[in-house]
Design a protein around this ligand. Sequence first.
Ligand code: SAM
Length: 449
Amino acid sequence: MKTYKIGDELITKCLSINNYGNGVSKIDGLLVFIPNFYPDEEALITITEVHKNYAFGEIKELKVKSPYRVNSVCDHSSDAGTCPFSDITLEYENKLKGEMVKNNVERALNITLSPLEVLYAEPIQGYRNKVTVFFNKNYEFGYFKEGTHEVCPIKSCVTISDEILQVLKTISILLKEYKVEIYDYKNNGIVKGVSIRRSSYNSKMSIMFLSTKCTKELRSIADDLKELYSDITGISVSINNNDKTIVYSDKEVALYGNTYIDEHILNMDYRVENQSFLQVNTNGASLLYSEAIKMAELTKEDTVLDLYSGAGGISLNVSPYVKEVIGIETVKSAVDSANINKYLNKVSNAEFYNTDSANLKSIIKDKTIDVVFTDPPRSGMESSVIADIISIKPRKIVYVSCDSYTMARDLKLLTMGGYSLKEIKCVNMFIKSRHVECISSLVLRNISK
Ligand SMILES: C[S@@+](CC[C@H](N)C(=O)[O-])C[C@H]1O[C@@H](n2cnc3c(N)ncnc32)[C@H](O)[C@@H]1O
């Protein structure tokens, strides 16, 4: 194989898209991954990174352009890599995402699937109900460049609503005015970022600063924000005294109002704490849940296990169709939210347990489980959890996933354990990003227990 070095320039053709949304080329047997490069396009590219079996490149000059290209409105996306599909049509993005999921499942299960249906919900722009951004020392806000603490400033973004963007701009001005020290990931400074949740149901906003401590400047900023925006119903600080950039922390200090927002997902009112998981696209989540419920083919006699149940979104929407639902979730505030949501919606046949899914057997004890919904984080399920599901022999498993690669890996174990893949659907809840939500339904091959 010919060797290449950084800076080499070559003409190449895009063959397909990988799981990260990068175009894939093959040059003398070397796989080259190139952002914003779409199937059948040809370009002069520059090699930017070389590894043993693959390399990265960037487009220097597009020679043959895809007919599906449109102008991108995301100024930061090529740097942060957050919206790799910002410059193609939605129809084409859906087609590429459907193919990505199909390829992952076909490879893992060694099967051939028909093209997958990819659904989506309106609005297709500004759909995010939550946004977490970080600040740089110039008080600009943005996402981190992948794998670094370098902020790629956002001026406009197709996925963020004008209302959230406006508040972010105000916060950046206030941080500068109050001379708040921005954290530098070398143990200096205070504020790292901010997370904003805005209800698509009642437009109210909850703001949570991500900071190493709660200071009087942050309290003053909170006072100013509540004066400026009547839609802000809560402001808090999530204290994380280390280099972590995640929003979760054991310590959230309320500066004003509530630490939650109210949403309405499918048929349920849904109160969700700042620290609990919230699907980023509310209408997309309603579509996802309704498709998952249809695929489960539930009956009024069913006892359902909902693993990784978050604030109860799936459990509560499933509850009217079944005898009983058992939800399992590790984050305590999410379980607290699920219990509040149960009360708000007058649901009497759901129970939520604050524990690891790995403990599912000790929760269900000797109950017969008819249907399992599982919606794990991106890393997928632990193999022991998969083994436990197989051993309790539910009639049906509905696997909801935001990562088709780990889902495909887990589907392989489930099919080896006696289940047949019946159907897969995709919901493009994360339009313009590389992610897509998928739902797989599996049926037990031998129903006799
Ligand atoms: C993708 S979210 C799904 C939440 C919920 N089904 C929904 O639609 O809102 C995954 C959830 O799994 C929880 N989680 C992560 N690891 C877990 C584990 N080992 N056991 C139980 N829950 C876990 C997370 O806190 C998160 O709420």
